[in-house]
Ligand binder design. Sequence first.
Ligand code: A3P
Length: 303
Amino acid sequence: LEQQTNWDGRRLVKYDGFWLSEIVLRPILSAQKYFKAKDSDIILTSIPKSGTTWLKALLFSIANRNVISIDQSPLLTSNPHTVVPFLEANLYLFQENPNLQDLPSPRIFATHMPFKILPDSIRESECKIIYICRNPLDLFVSQRNFLLENKIEKDAVPLDIDAAFDLFCQGIYLFGPFWDHILGYWNAGLKNPQKVLFLRYEDLKEDITPHVKKIAEFIGSPFSPEEEKQGVVDQISRLCSFENLRNLEVNKNGYILEVLKNSSFFRKGEVGDWINHLTPAMAERVKDLMASKFDGSGLTFKI
Ligand code: A3P
C-alpha cells in the first residue's frame, strides 16, 4: 500500500483511494469481514472534525429519549465517544470479532469509513446512515488544532501550517481526500434519501431545532405533539450544545483511548474560525479546489 506521513508525523496508508491511519486499517478490515448490520441499526458517519461528537450526543439522546431521561443521561458523565463507539477506533480495534449481537436496539455505531469502504451489510441492510459534513476550511483548522493538541508520536515534529495545508489540498487527511469522502455520502443520499441523511455542521449551528426533529423523523421516531409541548426537543438541544458539553467535568479532564484529551473534542465550536488561521490566498486555494471537485454535484457549503 502507498504510504505517506501525516501532518503530525503519523503514518498513513492509502486503501481503496483513501488515506487511513495505519492503526485503523486492521480494524476496518475486521469490520468489513465480521460486522453484520441489523435493519434497526443507526450508523453515524463523517470525516474527522465535521461535528461527529455533537451528532453522537444528539443521536444518542434522540434515539434513547423514551428509555433514559435527560437528567440521567450518560452524556453527563461520559464523553460522547464513550457513549457511541466507533467501529474502527473502539470496537474492532480491541477484538477481531467483538460480540455486538446482543446490544439493545437501536444499536448506534459511528465510523469515519468512506461510503465505499463500509462493511457491505451497512449498505445492503435497511439500517440508517446519518452523515455530517463541514466546510473544508473549518475542517482543516479544526483538525490542525486537534493534532497539535494531541501530539501522539513522541519524537514527531508536526508540520508547519503551510506544509500541512499543502497536504490537505492534495487530499492527504485522515480518511481523505475530503472531497471524495463527502461526495460518496452526498451521492448516496441523493440516490436513496430514506437510507442516508446528509447533514451540514453549518446548518445545525444556524438552527438546531429543525435538525433534531429531522433526525427523529429519519430514524422513524418523530416527536409527538406531547413531547413538543413538554419541550423535549429544546432539552435535547441544550444537553448537546457546545457550551453544555464542554463545561461538563468529564469533558474537561481525562482521555479517550488513553491518548486523546476529552477536552480536545470541544475547542471553539464555531463556523468560520478559519478566518483567524488561514491567509486569503489559502482560502482561495480551497475555494478553487471545492469549485472543481464539487462541480455539478449540487453540493454547496456555507463558509
Ligand atoms: P472546532 O475545532 O472548530 O472547535 P469532531 O467531533 O468531528 O471531531 O469535530 C470536532 C469539532 O466539532 C470541533 O470544532 C469541536 O469544537 C466541535 N464541536 C464539538 N462538540 C460540539 C457541539 N456540541 N456543538 C458544536 N460544535 C461542537
